[in-house]
Design a protein. Sequence first.
Length: 95
Amino acid sequence: MIKKPIDFNKITQKIQQGNYESMESMLTDVTHMFDNAMTFNESDSILYKVSAYHFLFSIVAFAAMVTEGIAMSDWLIVGCLCAAERVLEAIRLPR
């Protein structure tokens, strides 16, 4: 059972409305979203594997953003492009 649901649309809305006080609070929501997906889906499913990848990617991307001074609004563009690429790769994985 997912006790605190959150999705990409809610995160996007919070970014656009300026509701995040810090990059860390945004990262908390992003990693929570992928953690929920891994909790809800079977470990051998495509959704679980893609979520696990993005969970780790989010942490690495966050570190790079802080190091390079990338704004939260730019994270959406980078995140969307990488997410699309990984989903397409995952669909082609053997089941």
